[in-house]
Design a protein around this ligand. Structure first.
Ligand SMILES: Nc1nc2c(c(=O)[nH]1)N[C@H]1C(S)=C(S)[C@@H](COP(=O)(O)OP(=O)(O)OC[C@H]3O[C@@H](n4cnc5c(=O)[nH]c(N)nc54)[C@H](O)[C@@H]3O)O[C@H]1N2
Ligand SMILES: Nc1nc2c(c(=O)[nH]1)N[C@H]1C(S)=C(S)[C@@H](COP(=O)(O)OP(=O)(O)OC[C@H]3O[C@@H](n4cnc5c(=O)[nH]c(N)nc54)[C@H](O)[C@@H]3O)O[C@H]1N2
Ligand code: SF4
Ligand SMILES: [Mo]
Length: 743
């Protein structure tokens, strides 16, 4: 095997050592609310936290036992994200703390006897090395050649370091691999993005339309709770999904659409609603721009036209359109979250935004509400230097409407030959397992190979750490303070995260790591506190609270400043768009040379013997971050492959049989996956949960369990508008014999 400058280090350091779908996923609301669960252990103490197992950031309580060990996590009943209840993953956060495979001490890549290995290091040694290397790289290649990839709480601290150092290439996979197209489409239409948590007023809606968004398996807590209440109230749910998801089984209508054709369906819905005059006339007249153009544009997009493309029958398209209109304005066409599918995603989300607009749901009860958050002051720090180049310079004239940096864009710009004048030379990677997160692993590895330095800050020996020059172990969220949570909701609130126990092993919180690094780089002024608790207390006192108070209550709910959750009948309202109106016809897209009104474009379909690789969330896991969690692997230890019975018959596949997968580019899965024969998936696709098939042996519970969808996503459809990476046009076939036997 060829060794590279940065071989993947699989071994540990030298010197040291399904949940069945249809089970009541929607009813996860167990008895884990703090009010119900007062502990019988009188010596038990509780500490406020907000969860980091996914990015819904539910606030809750961490309990320790007599010995001071963490044993339980529950919801905080004053918290709007959780309403006092955690989802099973959040409860399973204890497993993250207890995981014996955790990273234990800093690691530095060294070559010994011609072999690359990790050497255990002290924090001093590791941080000195990083700062020396960064200084050299800055001098040699320019300070803007350093990039940060981050997902989660630590991003703010490392972002501070990178900006102070002179780069603004700061990216998160939650944009170009997740919700970026949605934000850009809603900004183009309403002058405002969606954000997180989504301001969907599900608790008051009469009709919820889910297009490839499977709330219930997508376990975003507050949304699942509202959805399950909607099910109980017999509210209308319309689910458009090629797969019979959990929520499809609770829906009045399930539209098993042919994958990649949603734009056609939505244009036909708009056609019906306009031509049958079912739209909200007053609202459209008062608030929107370009209705006549839209009306003319959709004339050709009849249900009959859409039927030929989507396989959804015209009468169903009409019936569901009327159902939505009957509920208007208390109707939500959900904008989804992971929306990077086929490369025309911003335009698909534009159709969603437009459909909501003509039904008058934006700013309406039962539609989308206007959220409010609290703004906390920041301690004063010097201005950041202005970078000579930004990530956009690496992509001249492209993705102009992206409002955040693209993780994939920075990765592509790191691969040699891309743009010699702006190649990245150092990556700081915090809380994102880029090998599984970015599509086209070959490209990611080529980028990593070209780096002078890659630092990875993680809690686990995730696959990305195997390629790092320096690995820094962060303690888990249960063992640290972090910045206050201030996300917007129906009412503003503040939530505190504080440690419930000392960091295990030689791990440290990200704020400390970043501050120490800044000190070594001569950038200490950008961290104007000795301990993060000073900052938190200072911020809290500015808004009439204190750290002491927050330690007792965990969550502080505040009143809205104005009574403006919904538009008031007849209210004048200026939208933050070029025209001041909701732009059905987008002037900003037009100015950049894109279609001002969305069009359907067709996408490749699988060839004979191949099936579209569909993937999504599993209720008990979050990506790869939980795939080794002992509590959660007990609930689901590997993924399975959903195969339609017709296909199973053709290939003679049996339930539980292990198969390997080969994609259109001849990439073969490293491990096998168990077949699950089910009518719940169309015959042209297969489905698996994302996050499995981990290749790092240090993950003793996750290694080799199931197949990684990421490995098979070699084809990417870039969204020309904002650079999102469409990942759903990959096709796989089955290999029933072990293809790796002779290798
Ligand atoms: N193939 C494929 N790719 C996808 C997706 C998909 O479904 N399929 N989904 C996309 C979407 S929607 C998103 S949002 C992204 C998610 O992308 P990521 O956030 O990169 O997802 P994870 O695989 O969970 O990687 C998280 C890493 O953070 C580490 N970690 C967990 N907690 C902490 C902590 O407290 N501190 C630190 N420093 N590290 C921590 C974990 O050990 C893990 O290595 O992936 C995108 N990419
Ligand atoms: N349990 C759990 N919950 C999570 C997460 C997690 O990791 N675990 N991650 C969170 C994050 S960051 C995100 S972004 C969200 C993602 O959650 P969602 O936005 O709900 O997205 P996915 O999980 O990717 O699910 C995609 C759905 O789209 C369907 N689909 C596939 N192709 C098509 C198509 O062409 N048309 C239509 N209409 N549907 C299609 C799939 O069958 C699947 O049901 O989940 C969040 N919630
Ligand atoms: S939805 Fe679950 S995993 Fe996500 S933050 Fe809330 S409790 Fe944690
Ligand atoms: Mo996401």
């Amino acid at each position: 095997m060829k060794t590279t400058r940065r071989d993947f280090i699989k071994i540990s350091s030298i010197g040291a050592g399904t949940i069945a779908v249809g089970t009541p996923v929607l009813n996860f609301i167990t008895s884990n609310s703090d009010s119900q669960n007062s502990t019988d252990d009188s010596t038990s103490k509780r500490y406020p936290t907000y969860c980091e197992i996914c990015f819904w950031q539910c606030a809750g309580w961490t309990y320790t036992n007599k010995a001071g060990a963490i044993w339980k996590i529950t919801g905080n009943k004053d918290d709007l994200h959780s309403n006092g209840r955690f989802c099973p993953r959040g409860t399973g956060g204890v497993g993250m703390y207890n995981d014996p495979d955790r990273l234990k001490t800093p690691l530095i890549r060294v070559t010994e006897n011609g072999k690359q290995v990790f050497k255990e290091a002290s924090w001093e040694e590791a941080l000195d090395l990083i700062s020396d290397k960064l200084k050299t790289i800055g001098e040699k290649f320019g300070h803007e050649c350093v990039a940060l990839f981050s997902h989660g709480s630590g991003g703010k601290y490392f972002g501070n370091v990178v900006k102070a150092f002179g780069s603004n290439s700061i990216s998160a996979p939650s944009y170009a691999q997740c919700r970026g197209p949605r934000e850009v489409a809603f900004i183009a239409t309403y002058g405002q993005g969606i954000g997180s948590p989504e301001p969907t007023d599900i608790e008051n809606t009469k009709c919820l339309v889910l297009i490839g968004s499977h709330i219930g398996e997508n376990m975003h807590n507050g949304q699942v709770q509202e959805l399950s209440k909607l099910v109980d109230k017999k509210g209308t749910i319309i689910t458009v999904d090629p797969r019979f998801s959990t929520v499809a089984s609770k829906s009045k209508f399930w539209l098993p659409i042919k994958p990649a054709t949603d734009i056609a369906l939505i244009l036909a819905w708009i056609n019906v609603i306009i031509n049958e005059e079912l739209y909200d006339k007053k609202y459209v007249e008062k608030y929107t721009y370009g209705f006549e153009q839209l009306k003319a544009h959709v004339q050709k997009h009849t249900p009959e036209w859409a039927y030929g493309i989507t396989t959804i029958e015209p009468h169903i398209i009409r019936e569901t359109a009327r159902e939505m209109a009957a509920a208007s304005p208390s109707v939500i066409i959900h904008p989804g979250r992971h929306v990077t599918w086929y490369g025309d995603d911003t335009q698909r989300l534009r159709t969603v935004a437009i459909l909501n607009a003509i039904l008058g749901s934006w700013g309406r009860r039962g539609g989308f509400y206007f959220p409010e958050g609290i703004h906390l002051p920041d301690m004063s720090i010097p201005n950041f230097p202005k970078p000579k180049k930004t990530w956009k310079d690496a992509h001249p004239g492209k993705f102009v409407l992206a409002d955040l940096a693209l993780a994939s864009g920075i990765c592509d710009a790191t691969v040699p030959g891309h743009d010699k004048s702006c190649n990245y030379k150092a990556w700081i990677v915090n809380g994102t397992n880029l090998i599984s997160t970015l599509p086209n692993q070959k490209n990611t590895l080529a980028a990593i190979e070209a780096l002078e330095l890659m630092v990875v800050i993680d809690t686990m020996p995730a696959e990305i750490t195997g390629y790092a020059d320096v690995v820094l172990p962060e303690c888990t969220y249960l063992e640290r303070y972090d910045l206050l949570r201030t996300s917007k909701h129906k009412a503003p609130s503040i939530a505190l995260r504080m440690p419930a126990a000392e960091p295990k092993f030689n791990s440290k919180p990200a704020w400390w790591i970043a501050k120490e690094l800044a000190n070594r780089l001569g950038l200490g002024e950008y961290f104007p506190y000795n301990d993060i608790t000073e900052l938190l207390d200072w911020q809290l006192k500015k808004v009439g609270s204190s750290l002491e108070e927050m330690k007792k209550i965990g969550v502080k709910k505040l009143d809205r400043e104005f009574d403006d959750m919904y538009l008031i009948e007849g209210e004048e309202f200026e939208f933050n768009t070029n025209t001041g109106k909701i732009e059905l016809y987008s002037t900003s897209l037009e100015a950049e040379g894109f279609d001002p009104l969305p069009n359907y474009t067709s996408h490749p379909q699988p060839e004979q013997g191949f099936y579209r690789l569909n993937y999504g969330r599993a209720p008990m896991h979050t990506f790869t971050r939980t795939s080794n969690n002992p509590n959660l692997t007990d609930l689901m230890s590997e993924n399975s492959l959903w195969v339609n019975p017709k296909v199973a018959k053709e290939w003679d596949l049996k339930n539980g049989q292990k198969v390997w997968l080969k994609n259109q580019d001849e990439v073969i899965s490293s491990f096998p996956i168990k077949v699950r024969v089910t009518e719940r998936i169309r015959w042209d696709s297969v489905f698996m949960a994302h996050g499995f098939g981990q290749k790092d042996k240090r993950l003793s519970k996750a290694y080799g369990r199931g197949v990684s969808d990421s490995e098979l996503i070699t084809h990417v459809d870039y969204d020309p508008i904002m650079g999102g990476t469409g990942m759903r046009s990959n096709f796989v076939t089955f290999l029933t014999e072990n293809p790796h036997d002779n290798v």
